[in-house]
Design a protein around this ligand. Structure first.
Ligand SMILES: N[C@@H](CCC(=O)N[C@@H](CS)C(=O)NCC(=O)O)C(=O)O
Length: 213
């Protein structure tokens, strides 16, 4: 059995953050499909045995079950000695970006995408429009920052970049954004991540939790 097992599904950008890190570090890992759209993460058994928070990703390693993508990225950076901080200032800066990501960047972008294309029913236009405003604000912060920075922390890719990039590689039809037109600095940063050896998009790294169309 592979050393690392990632409970995940391809539509989950939070899972993609961990899957991409495992892949870029060349670690011995396998994805374990979580049937999210069938309610797997809401089952009492999942919550008691796997993650009390009812979320993916969950990383199994050496008897541990780690949850929260930021924790998983931090753990893997320490284990692999890659994409982590080089000093305390960088450590705090990475934490700062990952908290911003979890609260605003990934959070609003993923929720907007879910409502737009994955919920399986039409969303209230007023709620969707509110969410899009929040997404635009968060994207704007990052696009402005990346106008003057190659990566989020230091001048190399770190787990801060992998965290914020979690939802940046899904098709425009899913996200409702063509970032190459709307946010050119995010797009250029995205291309720098694609150039990392071993980079793969989410649907190539994890199994889908939806039936093939
Ligand atoms: N902050 C968490 C967010 C994880 C999360 O929201 N995962 C979604 C899938 S992408 C989930 O499992 N949601 C289940 C639910 O909210 O019921 C992380 O970074 O791991």
């Amino acid at each position: 059995m592979p050393e690392y097992r990632l409970h995940c599904f391809a539509q989950s950008g939070n899972s993609y953050k961990a899957a991409l890190m495992l892949e870029l570090c060349g670690l011995d890992w396998e994805p374990v499909l979580v049937r999210y759209f069938d309610g797997a993460t809401r089952a009492a058994e999942w919550r008691s045995d796997t993650n009390a928070m009812g979320e993916v990703p969950v990383l199994e390693h050496g008897g541990r079950k780690l949850t929260q993508s930021g924790v998983i990225l931090t753990y893997l950076a320490r284990r692999a000695g890659r994409f982590g901080p080089e000093n305390e200032d960088e450590e705090l800066d990475i934490l700062r970006w990952m908290l911003f990501d979890n609260h605003k960047f990934t959070s609003y972008f993923a929720t907007h995408r879910f409502m737009l294309s994955l919920a399986g029913k039409p969303s209230d236009p007023a709620v969707l429009s509110f969410m899009r405003g929040r997404v635009d604000a968060a994207l704007g912060v990052v696009d402005t920052y990346l106008a003057k920075h190659t990566f989020l922390v230091g001048n190399r890719a770190t787990i801060a970049d992998l965290s914020l990039a979690g939802y940046m590689f899904y098709p425009n039809a899913e996200t409702g954004y063509d970032l190459s037109l709307s946010h050119p600095n995010i797009h250029a940063w995205r291309q720098r991540l694609v150039a990392l050896p071993g980079w793969k998009p989410p649907y190539d790294l994890m199994p889908s939790a939806l039936p093939a169309t």
